[in-house]
Design a protein around this ligand. Structure first.
Ligand code: APR
Length: 227
């Protein structure tokens, strides 16, 4: 059984990490164009780094929850491709062996000059020297609005090959992630949405499990036979 799962901020909400579009969401405090675009980084790199240093510190304090752990268990029950829009490392710390971070990783650094990548879990500054080219052009390895998500070829292939496609805790408002369910359905997958509320793309799913991720994800995973 080939299962492809896409997660969003909702799977980390019960770990205390703020989502983006809830009433107390991240985009309520910061305008996307001020902290999450290449232009924002050009205009005020220190502000952008402050925003991501705050999110990195929040994520480091958070613990994986039962939903993250259930997806690690799911990898033992089927051929799982786990794709996340999240930039925290809770899937990895929850035991998932392989995670595709299509929007990048908070603990990753990228050189805006030579595109070298390295792991930088601490406080990051745009004045940090790149270990490859030495220039002070360090940015978070995050996919900003207007940039292409990572590993899209791998993602489309996993969606097309899936017997089951599930989206967990995502509002379906950002593309191309929001298009994956419709693509999976066109390729014959059973589609299931796990969320605490309806999303912008609920119509693309045949099944809907409604409730907090820490309850409905373990329940859903329990339905897959132990190998
Ligand atoms: N359990 C399950 N689902 C939840 C929970 C919970 N405890 N709490 C919130 N949700 C759901 C909400 O109903 C919503 O559908 O999680 C979703 C959160 O939506 P967003 O805040 O829009 O987050 P996400 O869909 O991941 O955003 C996608 O947008 O801002 C960009 O790059 C950013 O990766 C992000 C992308």
């Amino acid at each position: 059984m080939r299962v492809t799962v896409l997660t969003g901020a909702g799977i980390s909400a019960e770990s205390g990490i703020r989502t983006f579009r809830a009433s107390d969401g991240l985009w309520e405090d910061h305008r996307i164009e001020d902290v999450a675009t290449p232009e924002a980084f050009q205009r005020d790199p220190a502000l952008v780094q402050r925003f991501y240093n705050m999110r990195r510190a929040d994520a480091a304090q958070a613990q994986p929850n039962a939903a993250h752990r259930a997806l690690a268990d799911l990898a033992l029950r089927c051929e799982l491709t786990l794709i996340t829009q999240n930039v925290d490392d809770l899937h990895e710390r929850g035991g998932s062996p392989a995670v595709i971070h299509m929007h990048g990783r908070l603990n990753g650094a990228l050189c805006a000059a030579c595109e070298a990548r390295w792991t930088a879990p601490g406080v990051m500054s745009h004045q940090d020297a790149c270990p490859n080219c030495g220039r002070a052009a360090t940015r978070p390895d995050i996919v900003w609005f207007g940039e292409m998500p990572y590993q899209m070829e791998e993602i489309w292939a996993a969606v097309e090959a899936a017997d089951v496609f599930a989206a967990i805790g995502t509002s379906g408002q950002v593309y191309p992630a929001a298009a994956l369910a419709q693509h999976a359905r066109r390729h014959g997958a059973e589609t299931v949405e796990l969320n605490i509320a309806a999303s912008a793309v609920s119509r693309d799913f045949v099944r809907h499990l409604t409730g907090p991720a820490t309850r409905i994800v373990p329940e859903w995973v329990a339905g897959f036979s132990q190998t």
